[in-house]
Design a protein around this ligand. Structure first.
Ligand code: FES
Length: 154
């Protein structure tokens, strides 16, 4: 093999190694993390409850009356209208054994019906008044505007 041929072959091999190494080193998995379009380092608003209902439309018409309540089984939220026309919203599942709660307007509190539940009582803000439930209910914000009611969490 002549010197010129030797250099050409060695040069091609070296170039191949360099190119292969560069391709591995420049692959996407080793590059900087891509920008996160959903901003998971911050709270993701898409995961927060935030909906608006028209209380004059079915199935929400029970909220047209003071003392009425409605259970949103999609979001597991009980929405109540107090006798003084305030709107409350808390988790509709008892923290004892997940039985669906009811609103007791005369006492402005949420009740776990017995049976099938065991009679726990929660305040209008979801605090435990009487067990056996030991944990508070999640509370949601409500903003009424005309016939619309927005239920959301911050
Ligand atoms: S499930 Fe509500 S008190 Fe037991």
């Amino acid at each position: 093999m002549e010197r010129k041929d030797f250099i050409e072959k060695v040069g091609l091999s070296a170039a191949s190694i360099l190119i292969f190494g560069c391709m591995q080193g420049c692959s996407k998995s080793d590059g900087p993390a891509p920008a996160n379009p959903t901003g998971t380092n911050n709270p993701n608003p898409a995961n927060k409850v935030d909906f608006t209902i028209n209380i004059t439309n079915s199935p929400y018409t029970s909220l047209n009356t003071a003392g009425g309540f409605y259970v949103d089984r999609t979001n597991n939220i009980i929405i109540a209208r107090t006798l003084t026309d305030e709107f409350l919203a808390v988790s509709s599942l008892c923290t004892h054994q997940q039985v669906t709660l009811e609103y007791q307007a005369s006492n402005n509190r949420f009740v776990c019906p017995s049976p099938p539940g065991h009679g726990s009582l929660f305040s209008s803000t979801g605090a435990v008044v009487n067990g056996p439930a030991a944990s508070v209910l999640k509370q949601y914000k409500t903003t009424p505007t005309g016939n619309s009611l927005r239920v959301y969490e911050l």
